[in-house]
Design a protein around this ligand. Structure first.
Ligand SMILES: [Zn+2]
Length: 202
């Protein structure tokens, strides 16, 4: 406008607390440094010399920082479970699934951390997958069906996986139990998402 630039924000809710206002200031700083042109938008990857965005370049940057092959030492892979299921549980062990609490700690301050399903606790991976009432009832049914002792729903996901791998059964049976447990967690997560995003009771 008149050779200058004006940002016309369309807020659904204006930034309110100090943290959000500070984020707003740094966003404005970033935008000020940015030159607008009439050419089309492109993705760039800054960690790469030519700033070319590709999966290969992303992988390369990540591998400079992490060992991509490392897994939690107690974690057991299981080829009887769907890949989505086992990957999900692997991430859930380290609270790397987008639970409300995880999103809050990644800086999304507007997130309600109280569980939307029961309202009784903060929404952590352990809460969704083990300890809230609905999950506990599912575990009671699952363990009854598998003829194994009820799992400890108060502990962590890693502890539960350890617990079931110590059950005195044949190797094959333990693998089967592990597969059911992992897949149950995956289904509990999908049920949670249905409730949170579609309001559907499953
Ligand atoms: Zn809950």
């Amino acid at each position: 406008m008149n050779g200058g630039r004006l940002w016309d924000w369309e807020w659904s809710r204006a930034p309110s607390d100090i943290e959000e206002r500070q984020e707003m200031v740094s966003l404005n700083d970033l935008l000020r440094q940015q030159n607008l042109s009439n050419s089309g938008d492109v993705w760039i990857w800054k960690n790469n010399e030519h700033q070319e965005f590709s999966v290969k370049n992303v992988k390369y940057s990540l591998s400079q920082n992490f060992d991509l092959n490392s897994v939690p030492c107690t974690f057991i892979w299981n080829n009887w479970v769907t890949t989505k299921g086992i990957m999900f549980v692997w991430r859930a062990i380290e609270e790397k699934i987008p639970s409300a609490l995880a999103l809050r700690s990644r800086g999304m301050n507007q997130i309600q951390v109280i569980c939307k399903t029961c309202g009784a606790a903060e929404e952590t991976a352990g809460h969704i997958l083990l300890s809230y009432n609905f999950a506990r009832r599912i575990w009671e049914a699952i363990t009854f069906w598998l003829k194994i002792p009820m799992v400890n729903a108060e502990g962590s996901i890693a502890e539960l996986l350890q617990e079931i791998s110590d059950i005195p059964r044949s190797r094959k049976m333990r693998k089967l139990i592990h597969a059911v447990v992992v897949q149950t967690m995956w289904v509990l997560w999908k049920i949670r998402n249905e409730k949170v995003f579609s309001g559907r009771q499953v």
